[in-house]
Design a protein around this ligand. Structure first.
Ligand code: UD1
Length: 423
């Protein structure tokens, strides 16, 4: 785990050559670990990314009385048989909002839970009202006490739930309760993200009856009990893959991105093609070739899956700073997610913000500077910018990046980047 003072020193203008093996998805492993609370026996989770977020979730499970063992082969064994304390404290939830994923499985298993409300995040408020309203409609009694959600569920009954906006986390939490409720639950405007699909498939293996997986309407027929399963393997991280694709496009070179499911990256691939980047798609990998020049300005909007992911918005913005003209990015998921603009501008980018639309002037020559990461994906954009910039850039607060990227400096060094972690 990285120390709080770690920073990256990056010397730019070196092209990237070689191959990158993508790790398991952060946004899949966290709900799968939460779901293992419902497994009540040992489960081996394979292809687990080494991230501080995976460690936070394992601490949380241990705090509740469960046991998590990390193996050397990127797998973990979660044993929730003795888990008996349905309580998620503030000090863990505040470092990782996805801790809130334990609320659903705790309620389904213990009929009660006390979980800290996550606070805001670097780019603004991130409410959990959809989670709480959805749970209430399944019969859960909820009160907020001293910053905690205190929830009780004597009887869980299926219902019709419509989310005002698609929410990944709320879909996951509601599904994990509805599978053990009496009767049928229908969720409309449900998330179709691959990570939610994987969670639903794992739950079905355990005996749940969820249909409509991968669409925006989920139908869940409640069952009396679940049966334990022995193993699940985390899907590849489409955001990490997308980050390396955009890095290769921006910095230039020839890179093979391996261990991925290209289908999960369709919107990103389409945008890269529109931007004139040379891409060759294979079964489980993508080859990308770029000279870092002749990039065409391409307007995008972030959207729910299968749209362009908000988690790649910052990285894409960086790429567009090198493109041949003006382009725009409209952020439809988190209207305030733009803290990276000021840092990118310090490296010589020219980005303005009008409402939730970023306007990017391309054709920029970036020059190294000292910058600061503000969140996981903003940090990734800064790393890409630094790799394109002339001279040296330092990026402080890399603990943000350690939350979501598995050994990013090693993976980049292996393809020729000059990036060093310093303390
Ligand atoms: C997940 C991802 C995160 C990604 C995001 C959007 C994980 C661990 N994290 O976060 O990386 O950026 O999806 O793809 O998977 N909302 C409400 N009320 C709620 C819940 C959500 O208003 O109760 C709003 C949010 O403010 C946001 C939108 O719904 O505008 C989508 O958020 P959501 O899908 O819930 O994000 P997370 O699940 O937290």
């Amino acid at each position: 785990r990285s120390a709080i003072m770690d920073y990256f020193e990056i010397k730019g203008s070196k092209k990237l050559y070689g191959s990158v093996k993508v790790s398991g998805a952060k946004n899949a492993v966290l709900p799968l670990m939460a779901a293992s609370i419902l497994n009540k026996k040992k489960i081996k989770i394979l292809n687990v990314p080494t991230l501080s977020d995976s460690i936070t979730m394992s601490k949380l499970i241990e705090e509740m009385g469960g046991d998590v063992k990390f193996d050397s082969d990127n797998s973990i064994i979660v044993d929730s048989s003795k888990l008996n304390n349905p309580y998620a404290p503030y000090d863990l939830v505040k470092t990782m909002r996805a801790s809130f994923y334990v609320l659903g499985p705790l309620l389904a298993r213990f009929k009660k839970a006390k979980v800290s409300l996550p606070g805001g995040c670097a780019w603004g408020p991130r409410p959990v009202d959809f989670h709480l309203e959805g749970l209430k409609s399944l019969g859960v009694k909820i009160s907020i006490e001293n910053g905690y959600v205190v929830a009780n569920a004597k009887q869980l009954v299926g219902n019709k739930i419509h989310f005002p906006k698609i929410s990944v986390g709320a879909t996951g939490n509601i599904v994990m309760v509805a599978i053990l409720a009496e009767g049928t639950t229908t969720i409309t405007n449900a998330a179709a993200e691959p990570e939610i699909q994987q969670l639903c498939k794992m739950l079905n293996k355990m005996g749940a009856k969820i249909s409509g997986i991968g669409s925006n309407t989920l139908s869940i027929e409640g069952v009396k009990s679940l049966k334990p399963i022995k193993e699940v393997s985390v899907i590849p991280d489409r955001i990490e893959a997308g980050t390396f694709l955009i890095a290769a496009a921006a910095v230039g070179g020839e890179v093979e991105i391996k261990n991925i499911i290209p289908e999960h990256l369709e919107s990103v691939i389409n945008c890269l093609l529109k931007a004139n980047i040379d891409i060759n798609i294979k079964d489980n990998s993508i080859n990308i070739k770029s000279d870092g020049k002749n990039i065409l300005s391409t307007n995008i909007e972030t959207n729910e899956y299968p749209g362009f992911p908000t988690d790649l918005q910052a990285q894409w913005m960086m790429l567009m700073c090198l493109a041949d003209g003006t382009s725009t990015i409209k952020e439809n998921i988190y209207y305030d997610r733009f803290t990276h603009i000021m840092e990118l501008n310090r490296l010589g980018c020219n980005i303005k913000l009008e409402d939730s639309v970023a306007i990017i002037e391309g054709n920029k020559n970036l020059i190294g500077a000292d910058v600061m990461s503000t969140d996981i994906r903003a940090s990734a954009a800064l790393i890409i910018a630094a790799l394109c910039a002339e001279g040296t850039t330092t990026i402080s607060r890399v603990y943000h990046i350690d939350r979501g990227y598995n050994k990013i400096e090693k993976k980049l060094t292996d393809i020729g980047a000059n990036i060093i972690r310093k303390k």
